[in-house]
Design a protein around this ligand. Structure first.
Ligand code: ACO
Length: 396
């Protein structure tokens, strides 16, 4: 039977304990707290501990969202994990998360839409549930971006952080509530504005690709910025119009947390005050697919959202993708307290006869240990053509 509505019933987040401040980054690259704060709004970001992975972060946020929804893990029919930093290329992170949350019956898979991942995942889950195929879906955005960053590239390492945010969507027999309008776009013109060159079929990982630093995120910051400021406002507006609403009707926007200047320009583009934009990037940086989920959970739990509110989730990311969902909030915000019963631990199945190398990149490890080593000179920080290094030296 098809439901009358599909609503958010659960929400949750998890951020690793370790903070990396702008002052910490000043010790590794040529930057300053003042530059980072004025150009991005970011003050600190979280860094996953050695024992944590994208799957463990996702499992904690997921378990919290399920508890908030008042459900048991086995009530979930489908699990979608949005990430650009999966534990492995295969199996999917979703498969690992399924077991880690204690679910025995769901279908699980990953969604690859970069920072728009949670919004894209929401749209897929919403369609499954509206069709009557499933009743409850868990959508998680989870990232360990610190493992994919070049901590000598000041254009990227200052921006990103680790974390996970999740929602549970449930089919309901009650009329109204949930997503009322959606807009999803993908623009391959910007495919190489944010990308990770090696490890795929175009350029399989090798000693050479490692030596060239092609396993790290690369980004054309300025171009991405231009695209984001244009697309976030138009995407949000289309979603709002599809709901039959006007920007003024919206109580709170939950935008992707990439740069406060981008969020300010969205507010300006829609003719709205910044009070209508939820911002927490000062504490987490850009957590890509996790960012909208973390922001939503914090917005509800801090009393910024009440039953009947009109909310817009809007994001942009590599692809270039962009997605907006205009929705009506129906869940009791006080249910958020149920997340407190979930301990911040998760156990993910380990492979047999294999253990990974230290997952923390060398330069990051030095910063975390308070021994930052020499600052990288400016003429070495532009990603592109570093000197090839012998394979053994790189892997040592
Ligand atoms: N510290 C100090 N100076 C810096 C730094 C830094 N960390 N980074 C760049 N600079 C310098 C530049 O070299 C440049 O110097 P110059 O004028 O002497 O050449 C100057 O600061 C200005 O550089 P811009 O690149 O023009 O700075 P801008 O104001 O555009 O800010 C930033 C850069 C923060 C990257 C911005 O462009 C941005 O936020 N872009 C969007 C990025 C983004 O959101 N990416 C995520 C996409 S989502 C996903 O899917 C992963």
């Amino acid at each position: 039977m098809t439901p009358r509505s599909v609503r958010i019933t659960g929400w949750g987040m998890y951020a690793p304990e370790r903070r990396l401040t702008n002052a910490d980054l000043e010790r590794v690259v040529d930057t300053s707290d003042e530059w980072i704060v004025t150009r991005t709004g970011i003050r600190e970001r979280r860094i996953a501990a050695r024992h944590e992975t994208t799957a463990t972060l996702a499992a904690i946020a997921g378990k919290r969202a399920i508890a908030v929804a008042g459900l048991q893990p086995d009530d979930i029919d489908v699990i979608l994990v949005a990430t650009l930093t999966p534990d492995y290329w295969m199996p999917s992170t979703g498969a690992l998360v399924k077991e880690a949350i204690g679910n025995t019956r769901a279908a699980a898979m990953d969604v690859a839409a970069a920072c728009s991942g949670l919004v894209y995942g929401y749209s897929v889950a919403d369609a499954y549930l509206r069709s009557g195929m499933f009743k409850n879906a868990l959508v998680v955005g989870s990232e360990t971006l610190s493992r994919y960053l070049d901590f000598s590239d000041r254009g990227t390492c200052i921006l990103f952080g680790d974390g996970a945010g999740a929602v549970v969507l449930s089919a309901s027999d009650e009329e109204g509530g949930g997503a009322q309008g959606m807009e999803l776009t993908t623009d391959p013109d910007g495919a190489y504005m944010i990308w990770l060159p090696s490890g795929g079929s175009r350029s399989p990982a090798s000693g050479q690709t490692l030596a060239r630093g092609e396993h790290y995120v690369r980004m054309e910051g300025k171009e991405t910025y231009r695209y984001a400021t244009k697309t976030m406002a138009t995407t949000a507006l289309k979603a709002i119009e599809r709901a039959g609403w006007k920007p003024d009707d919206i109580d709170l926007f939950i935008p992707h947390q990439a740069n406060v200047r981008i969020i300010e320009s969205v507010a300006k583009g829609l003719g709205l005050p910044m009070e209508k934009m939820f911002v927490n990037l000062d504490r987490y940086g850009n957590t890509s697919a996790a960012s909208v989920g973390i922001a939503l959970a914090e917005a509800v739990d801090s009393g910024r959202i009440k039953v009947g509110d009109k909310i817009v989730l809007v994001a942009f990311g590599a692809g270039l993708t962009s997605g907006g969902i205009a929705l009506e909030w129906t869940a009791d915000p006080l249910n958020g307290k149920r997340a407190e019963s979930v301990e911040p631990v998760a156990t993910v199945r380990e492979p047999i006869d294999w253990s990974s190398v230290d997952p923390i990149p060398d330069r990051l490890r030095q910063v975390l240990e308070g021994n930052s080593g020499p600052k990288v000179p400016l003429d070495d920080v532009v990603p592109g053509e570093p000197e090839p290094a012998p394979r053994d030296e790189v892997l040592a």
